[in-house]
Design a protein around this ligand. Structure first.
Ligand SMILES: [Fe+2]
Length: 158
């Protein structure tokens, strides 16, 4: 999805989520290229924190609003997103309790990356275009999400 083509009512909110998606994809790429355990640990910690915040913004603000305003056509998609988030959160908790070099550490980060690729594809190719087509007004959600993001980013790493 191209940010420049998003209408004003959805632009700020969807741009924030698209930026998050781009950012974590970049971090996963850096993880793959990292050469030391120290580097891997730093990147994985950042990925886990950013994904936790992204998930919270979507679950606290974005999904409830889309569910309310979008109605039935969105409910299955949102239910699936919540289930997928639960699997990602479980994997994030496991990664946070491990260190590079542990059995299955890289495999867990790789699988998390695959979950997120799937999440990004579904949102950007299905959910976001439907939201734009239905003209759901996301301006208030955008403000709530940026304020919440700032607050969560300021907290100590999990
Ligand atoms: Fe997302």
């Amino acid at each position: 999805m191209n940010k420049s083509t998003i209408p004003t009512a959805q632009k700020a909110a969807l741009s924030l989520l698209l930026d998050d998606h781009r950012n974590v994809k970049k971090l996963f790429k850096q993880f793959k290229e990292a050469s030391s355990d120290r580097e891997k640990a730093d990147i994985a910690q950042t990925v886990c924190k950013e994904l936790t915040i992204h998930t919270m913004l979507e679950e606290e603000v974005f999904y409830p609003l889309v569910r309310r305003e979008g109605g039935q056509p969105f409910s299955d998609m949102l239910d699936e997103a919540v289930v997928e988030h639960a699997s990602a959160k479980d994997l994030i908790a496991q990664i946070q309790s491990m260190k590079p070099g542990d059995d299955m550490y890289d495999a867990k980060v790789t699988v998390l990356c695959e979950y997120i690729n799937h999440h990004v594809k579904e949102e950007e190719e299905e959910m976001f275009p439907k939201i734009v087509a239905k003209k759901i007004d996301l301006r208030e959600a955008a403000e709530m999400m940026s304020a919440r993001k700032e607050e969560l980013m300021g907290m100590a790493p999990a």
